[in-house]
Design a protein around this ligand. Structure first.
Ligand code: A3P
Length: 290
């Protein structure tokens, strides 16, 4: 079994076809879509906090994020496989549902597009994605060297397909259907979180009121979901959970560095140049830059 599969990052034809066959989209579903290691955990925390703020204020000392890992608050479409969580469990969730996926558009069930479900896509510099992914898989596979990982990644042999293809599909859809697909960039969100959280809330149909803005509600959401805050919570800093099926991972493994440009601490110059050149070429003419 490949390291990627063993780390549970491989959608595989079975999982994809199972989702296509059994997932029943609803028009008011929102999908948080990401290539793995682009900041899914952060996006889940933010979207959950924004949409549930009327029941749970971000400053509340009983907020669900204080006792539950962000990964567990928003279920993946394709993760309820094997016997862990039957896909039918998604049916039991009340509307409007907040769901997540790593699947590329081409593998998503057609009903998602047909019903006009909202999609929030989070993009990240592929060099940081690569380093994050290699480190994550390395937690369970110490033999997964950076050279081996880099060869696979730069050839497009990645979980959920080549990163540039994944990015491009959602980018093009966000241009064609900007009311249905919000395309966010990790680096821009890190630089201006308040602006982007407002944008996210508006897109999700729950814009912040002037009163909320005046009272610092947006800053409260940003603070609760910040890397340092989430990482420091006992539920995220300790313990091991098997979210995938057969691949127990430390809860803390979803909170590594949380930085823009950490790739520079791990990638040789030659590697960074090579990956940049590949991605620039693949994205050429699309208007998508990193
Ligand atoms: P690094 O490995 O570069 O630190 P995913 O959630 O898609 O698995 O992505 C994990 C990456 O997002 C990790 O990147 C992790 O540290 C970072 N991350 C997790 N929570 C974050 C947060 N609240 N803010 C910013 N980055 C976060």
């Amino acid at each position: 079994m490949s390291c990627i599969k063993a780390a549970g990052c491989d959608p595989g034809p079975c999982k994809a076809s199972m989702v296509q066959e059994h997932f029943k989209a609803r028009p008011d579903d929102t999908l948080l879509a990401t290539f793995p290691k682009c900041g899914t955990t952060w996006l889940k925390a933010l979207a959950f906090t924004v949409t549930n703020r009327f029941d749970h204020a971000a400053t509340s000392d009983t907020h669900p994020l204080l006792t539950r890992h962000p990964q567990d608050l928003v279920p993946f479409l394709e993760m309820p496989y094997r016997q862990l969580h039957p896909i039918a469990d998604l049916e039991k969730l009340a509307s409007p549902r907040l769901l997540a996926t790593h699947m590329p558009i081409t593998l998503l069930p057609p009903c998602v597009s047909k019903l006009g479900c909202r999609v929030v896509y989070l993009f990240r510099d592929p060099k940081d994605v690569f380093v994050s992914l290699w480190q994550f898989i390395g937690k369970v596979h110490t033999e997964y060297t950076i050279d081996r990982a880099f060869d696979s990644f730069s050839e497009g042999l990645s979980p959920y397909g080549p990163i540039w293809k994944h990015n491009l599909e959602f980018w093009k859809k966000s241009i064609a259907e900007s009311d249905k697909v919000l395309f966010l960039k990790y680096e821009e969100m890190m630089a201006e979180p308040v602006k982007h959280v407002k944008m996210l809330a508006k897109f999700l149909g729950v814009p912040f009121t002037e009163e909320e803005v005046r009272c610092g509600v947006v800053e409260g959401v940003v603070h609760l979901c910040s890397f340092d805050k989430l990482r420091s919570m006992p539920v995220n800093s300790s313990g091991v959970t098997d979210r995938i099926g057969g691949v127990p991972m430390e809860n803390s493994s979803y909170f590594r560095a949380g930085k823009v440009g950490d790739w520079a601490n791990h990638l040789a110059e030659e590697m960074s140049k090579k990956l940049d050149a590949i991605v620039v070429e693949k994205l050429r003419g699309s208007g998508l830059t990193f």
